[in-house]
Design a protein around this ligand. Structure first.
Ligand code: BV8
Length: 247
């Protein structure tokens, strides 16, 4: 199930970097962007809603989409894949977790310092002054307004066409450049600049493994590709490092 070469690379690794996408939260019941949206949201595409234009055009609709996702996340639990990555962090000399997800499930599973490239559903920010809020009153008027200036609050996530948080991105580039094993897990690898991280790692001589349901034995840069569910494959991979594992 797990190629011997990958287990060897993991055991020898000084620095393991991991990039996760919506696929790692799928087994927690959180729909990925690729999944057909359900119910009220069936007629919208995420790319449509996750944009400054959509928020300008219909702030209430966009806020309600994120409120729906926030409720899904509140009812969800991390899955075995999230917990395996939280264990991996303690089993290797240096570990960097980079996530495109905004659901906070890595932190809830015990990962201590995930790089949240695309922000977090748990925070809102003033659409005029960028003031951050961990809590807000969700009253009759949606979106809620900034208590300081009265402008609409928006989710503290990165929308299509928006720049990623520069400090987070710099940390992610550095990890891709310096790791000796890069795992890309549960991401379609379509969205830039996150999608370039595995290629950068490979170009710098790291071993690269892709764990995905629809893995395509594809482009350069993929030394290993594991077709399957991250909630099943990650515990197997991390288990190969744990005391008592088969030599
Ligand atoms: C930027 C947060 C500079 C919000 C997200 C034209 C105009 C403007 C920009 C662009 C343009 N053309 C290209 C761009 C760049 C654009 C981009 O890449 N577009 C793509 C669509 C071509 N990128 C940007 O805009 C970024 N900013 O570049 O700034 C700039 C600025 C202006 C102009 C030019 C450049 C900002 C991108 C961030 C967008 N925000 N999320 C929110 O969540 O609401 S991205 C969002 O979609 C996710 O975070 C994720 O990264 C991405 C894809 O989502 P999904 O497909 O659901 O998830 P994923 O890709 O991870 O796929 C799921 C995978 O899991 C599948 O492969 C599936 O098989 C697998 N899977 C499913 N179940 C399992 C599984 N695998 C394992 N186990 C399972 N159980």
């Amino acid at each position: 199930m797990i190629p011997e070469g990958l287990i060897a690379a993991l055991r020898a690794a000084r620095h393991v970097a991991v990039l996760t996408g919506a696929g790692v939260s799928a087994e927690s019941g959180i729909p990925t962007f690729r999944d057909a949206q359900t119910g009220l949201w069936a007629r919208y595409s995420p790319e449509e809603l996750a944009s400054p234009e959509a928020f300008r055009r219909n702030p209430k609709l966009v806020w309600e989409w994120y409120a729906w996702r926030r409720r899904l996340v509140a009812e969800a639990e991390p899955n075995a894949g999230h917990y395996a990555l939280a264990r991996l962090e303690r089993l290797v000399p240096r570990f960097t977790l980079i996530t495109q997800n905004v659901d906070g499930l890595h932190r809830r599973a015990g990962s201590t310092d995930p790089i949240e490239l695309h922000g977090s559903l748990a925070r809102a920010r003033c659409s005029a002054e960028d003031t951050l809020y961990d809590t807000w009153d969700e009253g009759d008027e949606l979106p809620p307004r900034c208590p300081a200036c009265g402008a609409y609050l928006r989710p503290d996530v990165v929308w299509f066409g928006e720049l990623l948080p520069q400090a987070a991105l710099a940390r992610a580039w550095e990890a891709a450049r310096s790791c000796d094993l890069f795992l890309s897990v549960g991401t379609s690898g379509l969205v830039e600049p996150a999608a370039s991280l595995p290629r950068l790692a490979y170009g710098k001589g790291a071993a690269v493994a892709v764990i995905n349901l629809d893995v395509r034995p594809s482009a350069e840069g993929q030394l290993f590709y594991l077709h399957g569910k991250s909630g099943e494959l990650l515990p197997l991979l991390v288990g190969s490092l744990e005391p008592g594992a088969e030599p």
